[in-house]
Design a protein around this ligand. Structure first.
Ligand code: FES
Length: 172
C-alpha cells in the first residue's frame, strides 16, 4: 500500500515564494492603478454658461468674472476667476483665461491701448491674445467655447499651464 505524497521542503518553499511574490506584486499595483485613475479624474471638464451672447458687444473685450465650478473647499479667493470675452462678430468669439502665461497672475485689459497687461512682471499681450512683450513664453490661453441656445458656454477653466492648457489639454 502506497502512502500519500508529502510535498518536499523545496516545493513548499516554492509555493511560499510564489505567494509572497503575488502579494508584493499586488501591493505595487494598487498605487500604480490609483495613479492612473487619479490622472483621469484630475482633468475634469465642465461646461459653464456665461449668459446670452447679446451681452457681449461687438468688437469689445469684456471681463466675465465667475466662481470656478472646479474648485475645492479650501481654494478660497483663488476660486474667484474669470475669462475675457471678445465678440468678433458672425458668431465668433475669442475667450481668454485671465491668467498670465508666465506665472499665472490675472491680467488686466486696457481698452485705451488695446493691450492686456500683467501687474506681476510686466507681461503684455495684444488684443488677440498674442504675446507682445515681457517674460510670458506665449500668448494668453484660449478657452474652449461654443454657442448653445443663444448662450455662450465655456469649458470651465482649470488652472492653465504650458503643459496643460485649455486648447491643448494634457492627456489623462
Ligand atoms: S506672471 Fe505675468 S509677467 Fe510674470
Amino acid at each position: 500500500m502506497s502512502e500519500p505524497a508529502v510535498p518536499s521542503r523545496r516545493s513548499f518553499f516554492e509555493l511560499v515564494t510564489m505567494a509572497l511574490g503575488g502579494i508584493a506584486s499586488a501591493a505595487l499595483a494598487v498605487p500604480f492603478i490609483g495613479y492612473l485613475l487619479g490622472a483621469i479624474r484630475k482633468n475634469p471638464r465642465r461646461w459653464l454658461s456665461l449668459g446670452p451672447v447679446g451681452q457681449f458687444p461687438l468688437g469689445e473685450t469684456r471681463l466675465h468674472p465667475f466662481t470656478n465650478p472646479i474648485r475645492q473647499p479650501w481654494d478660497g479667493m483663488t476660486a474667484e476667476t474669470g475669462v475675457y470675452v471678445r465678440n468678433l462678430g458672425g458668431g465668433d468669439f475669442l475667450v481668454f483665461a485671465m491668467n498670465c502665461t508666465h506665472l499665472g497672475c490675472p491680467v488686466t485689459w486696457f481698452p485705451q491701448s488695446g493691450l492686456f497687461m500683467c501687474p506681476c512682471h510686466g507681461g503684455v499681450y495684444y488684443e488677440n491674445g498674442e504675446r507682445a512683450s515681457g517674460p510670458p513664453p506665449r500668448g494668453l490661453f484660449r478657452c474652449v467655447w461654443e454657442v448653445r441656445d443663444g448662450q455662450l458656454w465655456i469649458q470651465a477653466p482649470f488652472y492653465p499651464t504650458l503643459q496643460n492648457s485649455p486648447e491643448n489639454p494634457a492627456p489623462p
